[in-house]
Design a binder for this molecule. Structure first.
Ligand code: URA
Length: 213
């Protein structure tokens, strides 16, 4: 698992701002920070991609550069994931996108996930990034990954979050039947009894887009 804040960088400032109750209420800044974290995680991921030589001509000569070979699809779970996905799309200019509608069912003792919308391209041989900002129980990511199997077999699957809980990471490791790599900006302490991440940041969807009815 890659954890961005294991090494100190400017990302710590963006993470601090999305957590801080005195700052996170500014929705524009919250979305901006989530986008920037998506950008930075995408940059880190790109270091692992396959590269090949490409010829080009500068004003002075012909030369070769190394560029990534990957055919990337960035998929997110709405609505909280939208600014995170946008950050990845700012790094990967030619990536395609996918969208999943999923939410926690109300009134059930255990967290149960309903999935009612999926729009994604053919994923055969693609480098798939599934971006979900809060990896809490891990159930939405497992449900989303299972639903995506109908769209083909990716070359690689990268699960990306802003903040992850250890319980969610364990759930993915125990329940996902496909190979994946996990990327997060921070790995927090635990889940509380409402399955919110602690210390976490609260409800990422509400902070990005306002409270729902
Ligand atoms: N979703 C959120 O928005 N926050 C959490 O802490 C867990 C899931």
């Amino acid at each position: 698992m890659f954890v961005l804040n294991r090494q100190n960088s400017i990302a710590n400032v963006y993470l601090a701002e999305i957590r801080d109750v005195n700052i996170q209420g500014d929705g524009l800044r919250f979305r901006h920070n989530i986008r920037r974290l998506g950008f930075l995680l995408g940059y880190e991921m790109s270091k692992q991609f396959d590269f090949s030589k490409k010829s080009l001509t500068t004003p002075l000569t012909n030369t070769e550069v190394e560029v990534p070979d990957e055919d990337i699809v960035v998929i997110t779970i709405m609505r909280a994931g939208l600014p995170f996905q946008e950050g990845f799309l700012q790094v990967f200019d030619h990536a395609n996108s996918g969208f999943i509608g999923a939410w926690r069912k109300e009134g059930t003792k255990e967290v149960e996930i309903d999935l009612n919308y999926l729009a994604a391209p053919d994923l055969n041989n693609k480098t798939v990034i599934l971006a979900d900002p809060m990896l809490a129980t891990g159930k939405s990511l497992v449900r989303a990954t299972e639903a995506l199997t109908n769209h083909g077999t990716p070359k690689s699957l990268h699960l990306a979050s802003v903040i992850a809980a250890p319980e969610g990471v364990n759930y993915l490791n125990e329940n996902l039947k496909v190979d994946f790599q996990l990327w997060t900006c921070a790995l927090d302490e635990k889940l509380n009894n409402k399955s919110y991440i602690v210390p976490g940041l609260g409800d990422a969807g509400d902070l990005a887009y306002g409270t729902k009815l």
